[in-house]
Each structure stands twice: as structure tokens, then as C-alpha cells.
Design a protein around this ligand. Structure first.
Ligand SMILES: [Zn+2]
Length: 301
């Protein structure tokens, strides 16, 4: 190759590079290490089932972190019962641009299950879980997303509400009315601007991430499911499986019942689910990063 050819080759490469960078939007980066730090911080408070010390500390932590990332924070206090005992519950709402008509809700539950009743050892069934994946992963991701929103607000077209639901995980298996008390309360009492989309994330920190399409989401909100799964496919993310495997009653369900466009992104294939082994070593920042990237593309793409 002579000098002239080399120059032509360099210029062509430069043009090709410029074309590629112009055609792909400049999307914000998701800080998956920060999300994982937030996951570990929650676990350091101990179990976070309603009434526990960890529950109280975690509530303060979520509120403080949201404020540090410039969210407008509101709490929703309500009372309820778990196995005939009364508890105080709190939903936490972190809002950005609360007056914008075009809104997105991103939600996760922040309480952890009071009983490790899926543990292989019967002696653990009455112990509360640490809940690294269920539910510190979703909360960690949303708190890291708060930082992304704060730092990339100039090209954000939506208003965003980050919703942290209490009392999701203290139900009796097979009895829907026992679960998702926080999201039910939120939906019953919400009279603000209706969002274009409600995206719930739950158990998305598993090192071995497998996100199947959740059946109730697809039945009620097929377009939103398709949009999210198309984004994942465009990145060749094979953690997202284009197949329905489970129908789950999760925090998206109360929204679906009221006609919201809502989906649940959940990895239900987690061997440590509701056991004392749901600890941070079973989770990874990479998994949180995958979900963060997909959500960022949905919001800013
Ligand atoms: Zn759970």
C-alpha cells in the first residue's frame, strides 16, 4: 500500500466511524458497580422484613440516596397485617419532572421475605432472608438509575417516577390477596398523571440471569414486552428469552388490573429464592448492568 492509498484508507475509516457514531444515539452509561454497591449496602442492614431494624434502616437509606440524586421524595405510610399482626408499611416515591405529562414508572419492592420457607432445611423456615436478589437487586438498580437521571436530564423527554413498594413479599403461596400490598395501596390511591409505561423489576441480580417473558405482562401489555425484548435482542443479550415460562403475581399485577400498560421483568429461575442463601455472592454487577442498559435504551433511545 502506498502513501496515497494509506491516506484514502484512513479517511474512509474515519468517515465510517463518524457515520456509525452519528447513527447510534449517545446513550447514558449505567454504573453497574454502583448498583451492586447499593445491593450490598441494603444487605448490610440485615433482613428487611416489615418490623425489623433492617427495614427501618433501609427505608432511611432509600430516601437519603434518592435525595442525594435530586429526586423529589414522597413517602406513603399505611398499615396492614401479616399473619394477623399489624405493621406499618411505607412506599417510597422518587420523582423527576413531576409535571411532565409523558411519564414512565419504574418500580421494585424493597421489603424482604420474613421466612426462608423454601430453604432445604426446615429449621431455617422461620428465619428472615437477606434478600440480595429478592429484593435488593431491583432497589439497587433503581437507585443507580436515579443517578443516571440526575446526570442526563438535559436529553430526557419523560417525567420519571421511581417506585419502591413495601410489603410485597409476606404472602401465603397461592393466595394473591396476601402479596404486593404496597403496589396495591399505591394503585388504589394514585390520582396523578397516568404513565405511558410501568416497568417492574424483581430478582434481576442473579449471576446466571435468565429473563423469560412473564405471561400476565404479555397477555395485557404485549407491545411493551415486545419493545423491551427487541432492545435486548438488538444488543444480543441472550439473558432475555423470547418465550413465556411463568405467570407471576408481582407488583405489576395491581397496575394491570387497573388497565395500566405494565410489565414485570423477573428472573424466576433462582435456586436461592426464599432461602437463607439469597446472598450477594449469588448476584453480579454484570446482571444489574444488563437490565440497566436495556432500561436506559428504552428511556433515552
Ligand atoms: Zn420474594
Amino acid at each position: 500500500m502506498n502513501k496515497k492509498h494509506l491516506l484514502v484508507a484512513i479517511i474512509s475509516l474515519l468517515i465510517a466511524f463518524l457515520l456509525v457514531s452519528c447513527s447510534s444515539k449517545n446513550l447514558p452509561e449505567f454504573d453497574s458497580n454502583l448498583a451492586f454497591e447499593y445491593l450490598k449496602q441494603q444487605c448490610s442492614f440485615g433482613p428487611r422484613n416489615p418490623g425489623s431494624e433492617g427495614h427501618f434502616l433501609c427505608k432511611e437509606f432509600i430516601i437519603e440516596t434518592l435525595k442525594n440524586h435530586d429526586a423529589q421524595v414522597e413517602t406513603q405510610e399505611f398499615m396492614g397485617t401479616i399473619r394477623d399482626k399489624n405493621y406499618d408499611f411505607t412506599n417510597i416515591i422518587g420523582s423527576y419532572y413531576p409535571k411532565r405529562q409523558s411519564r414512565i414508572f419504574l418500580g421494585a419492592h424493597w421489603d424482604t421475605r420474613p421466612w426462608a420457607d423454601k430453604d432445604s432445611l426446615a429449621e431455617n423456615h422461620d428465619k428472615p432472608i437477606i434478600g440480595a436478589n429478592d429484593a435488593a437487586s431491583g432497589v439497587g438498580l433503581l437507585l443507580a438509575m436515579a443517578k443516571v437521571i440526575k446526570q442526563n436530564s438535559e436529553n430526557l423527554t419523560y417525567g420519571i417516577d421511581l417506585l419502591f413498594f413495601d410489603a410485597e413479599d409476606a404472602g401465603t403461596y397461592g393466595k394473591n390477596s396476601d402479596w404486593c400490598l404496597g403496589s396495591k395501596y399505591f394503585v388504589e390511591n394514585y390520582n396523578g398523571i397516568k404513565p405511558e409505561a410501568v416497568i417492574i423489576i424483581d430478582m434481576i441480580g442473579d449471576k446466571n440471569l435468565n429473563i423469560y417473558i412473564e405471561g400476565n405482562s404479555y397477555r395485557n401489555s404485549p407491545r411493551l414486552v415486545t419493545e423491551i425484548w427487541n432492545i435486548a435482542n438488538s444488543y444480543d443479550i441472550n439473558a432475555f428469552k423470547t418465550k413465556i415460562k411463568y405467570y407471576i403475581y408481582d407488583d405489576h399485577y395491581p397496575f394491570l388490573e387497573e388497565g395500566y400498560n405494565a410489565i414485570d421483568i423477573i428472573d424466576y429461575d433462582y435456586p436461592y429464592w426464599h432461602t437463607v442463601h439469597d446472598t450477594p455472592d449469588k448476584c453480579s454487577s454484570e446482571s444489574l448492568g444488563i437490565i440497566g442498559k436495556v432500561l436506559i435504551n428504552y428511556i433515552w433511545g
